[in-house]
Structure formats: C-alpha cells, structure tokens
Design a protein around this ligand. Sequence first.
Ligand SMILES: Nc1nc2c(ncn2[C@@H]2O[C@H](COP(=O)(O)OP(=O)(O)OP(=O)(O)O)[C@@H](O)[C@H]2O)c(=O)[nH]1
Ligand SMILES: [Mg+2]
Length: 286
Amino acid sequence: MAINWFPGHMAKARNQVQEKLKQVDVVLEIVDARTPEASRNPMMNQIVGQKPRIMVLNKQDLADPEITKEWVAYYKGLGYEAIAIDAQHAKRLNQIPQLAKKLMAAKIAKQKARGIKNPAIRAMCIGIPNVGKSTILNRLIKKNVAVTGNRPGVTKNQQWLKADESFFLLDTPGILWPKFEDELIGKKLALTGAIADSVYQEDIVGMYGLQFFRENYTENFRRAYGLNADDLALSDADLMVHLAKKNGFADNYNRMAERIIFDARQGKFGRYTLEKPEATDDTDTE
Ligand SMILES: Nc1nc2c(ncn2[C@@H]2O[C@H](COP(=O)(O)OP(=O)(O)OP(=O)(O)O)[C@@H](O)[C@H]2O)c(=O)[nH]1
Ligand SMILES: [Mg+2]
C-alpha cells in the first residue's frame, strides 16, 4: 500500500512550525494513544530539536489501559515528560499546564527575579492530523475557539490561544510525512482515521484489522461478530468471506472490510492499542 501524499498545506505547515519554534518555550507533541509511535511524525525530532517536550498520549479512552502505562513509562525513559489524557471527556488535562510550569521552573524563576510579575509560558501543540490537538487546546482554554472534526486536515492555519495570563497555546495543522516507508504504519493510521479514507485501500486495511483483532483481542472480536470456535478456526481470508456473508454483503468483501474499519473506530472491539513499546526504537528516519 504505497501512500505518497504530501499536500501543499502540510509542507507549509512544517515550515511554519520551524519558524514559530523560536517563540515557543515548550512543545506539546500529541500522539494517538492507540498508535503512539505510528502517529509520531518521524521528522519531529529534527524539527523540535532540544526544546522541552511533553509527550501527550491522547484518546486514552479508546486505548488499552495497560499498554498506555507502558508507553508513558517508555517516553519518560527517553527523557520527555509524558502523560496520557482523554481530551474528549476532559480527563487529566490540567496536568498539562502543571508539567509545562515544571519544565519552565528555572526560566520562570529567572524572569521573576528580573521583576516580571507574571511570566508567560508559550506552548506549541504539534502532531499528525486527527490526534486531537485542537480539542485539547479548546479544553485548556475552556472555550471552543479552535475548529475540530473527526477527519484529518481540519486545522489549516496556526492560531495563538490564551488559557490564562501566563499560559499561551499555539494550535497548528497536523503534519504528515511525505511517504510512509513502512506499510504497517500506513495501515495503523488508516484504521484509526489519521489519514483520509481516499488514500488507502479499504480491503488491505480491513484485513489488517481482522488479523489484528482476532489475534490480540480475540474475545472482543468473537463477541462483536457472534463467532463460534469453528469460525475462529478459519483462515483470515475465509473468515473475511464468512463475515461478509453473515453481515449481508454476499461476496462484496470490500464492504465487510469497510465495516471492520468502521467498527474498530467506533470501539466495537473494545479499547485497543496497535503497538507496544518494545517493538520500536527512537531513531529519527526521514
Ligand atoms: N474518543 C476521543 N476522541 C477524541 C479525543 N480527543 C479528540 N477526539 C476527537 O478526535 C477528532 C479529531 O480532533 P481534532 O481536535 O480536530 O484533531 P486535530 O489533531 O486538531 O486534527 P487536525 O486539525 O486535522 O490536524 C474529533 O472528532 C475529536 O472529537 C479523545 O481524547 N478521545
Ligand atoms: Mg486541528
């Protein structure tokens, strides 16, 4: 599944991030807790450099809680602050300004010593499309100013938002990288809705979902589709055929594949995480 997709506004967005970085104290790197590594832009380490960074694993409510804990520990081990949140239901968000203040403590103390009464922190929110950047910012400023939507590419321009007199936040458009070198990354991002439906093949992504859920969340998958032990003994391809029939799609397997993608996004197979920390490293590849 070759996805070669780098719209003009993404290139512009990357340059804008680099430009604005000079005015920013802290970077909030937002990832999807279901795909904490696949939903990181591999260019991000180069773009952000040594700026203090908080890894924010958002959509925690959709992810496997045990694996989320492993990811938070993993990122802390790499030297970042890390936190898992659920912006949709406003869970644990107030820890973000607290962590930002902690990271900036030395600078704030210096500024206070110079007579600045209320030193401001400027944080920039970055990440790939649809991970929830704008939703997080709306929660932090307690107003729905940033436009949000459940499809990639909603935010088109940067925008400064004010949480309070001492905390300013910059919303940015999601940035995807030019090519997915790794087909598996493309499948994960397609399944969770980070890339537009028009740029992947649903039969491939749906089959990936079938394989992943039957293997890793077997009981949830079995229950969601009312499968018995004989069904689960079928090969992946035969199971897809069986499911298509059972769901009234006759031999239209693409429609069954689409259904699996839809159900995965709706949480019909419960909370899940598509990757574990031990299988990844932190090398920067462009
Ligand atoms: N379940 C769940 N959904 C969330 C959470 N945070 C955001 N969403 C939903 O995810 C979708 C995308 O949110 P946005 O805030 O628009 O994402 P974004 O990162 O700003 O996306 P772009 O502007 O396209 O880069 C919306 O439908 C949100 O309601 C969360 O913590 N849990
Ligand atoms: Mg946005």
